[in-house]
Design a protein around this ligand. Structure first.
Ligand SMILES: [Zn+2]
Length: 172
């Protein structure tokens, strides 16, 4: 089932999410729903708070070419365990901040540990777009958005636009 994506500004996007302690069927269902929601958007990553669930869960798939095999990843309690000194600049966007893009500098390589859909511990190194995406999504679990890396003026400008968008949508 597709879920509704929350648009910034919203207090739920600024909260620290709680770790998963018991991998229940309802959490697996939430993860599957989030993948469906992400692919439909379309997007390459989605974090649970973006659908109003304050749980440490993200999904991602950075395979953009539709001729390539998809690689949906479900991560419970994802954690960056090491990051490169080398950085990368990517123009980031966010499904909760539609139509706004900005360059963000992050470590170009990160090693991430997480619990998969079956409850197994996983660990993998990511680079390129995958590295940026996984860091962006993990930030969501700590109430952090990509615009928080921007200068205050730019951040305020984007936020004002989204306030206006939400007002328009509420009226429609
Ligand atoms: Zn995002």
């Amino acid at each position: 089932m597709k879920r509704h994506i929350i648009i910034h500004p919203d207090p739920r996007l600024k909260k620290e999410c709680a770790p998963v302690t018991d991998l229940s069927d309802s959490l697996r269902q939430l993860a599957d729903d989030m993948l469906e929601t992400m692919y439909a958007a379309p997007g390459i990553g989605l974090a649970a708070p973006q659908v109003g669930e304050l749980t440490r869960l993200i999904v991602l798939d950075c395979i953009k070419d539709k001729d390539d095999t998809p690689r949906p990843l479900i991560m419970f309690n994802p954690q960056v365990i090491s990051s490169s000194e080398e950085t990368n600049v990517y123009e980031e966007g966010c499904l909760s901040i539609p139509d706004q893009y900005a360059e963000v500098t992050r470590p170009s390589e990160v090693e991430v540990a997480w619990i998969d859909r079956e409850g197994n511990a996983q660990k993998e190194a990511f680079d390129g777009l995958w590295a940026t995406c996984v860091q962006h999504e993990i930030d969501h679990l700590d109430g952090k958005l990509f615009i928080d890396y921007l200068k205050p003026l730019k951040r305020q400008m984007i936020t004002r636009k989204k306030v206006k968008l939400k007002r328009q949508r509420a009226r429609a």
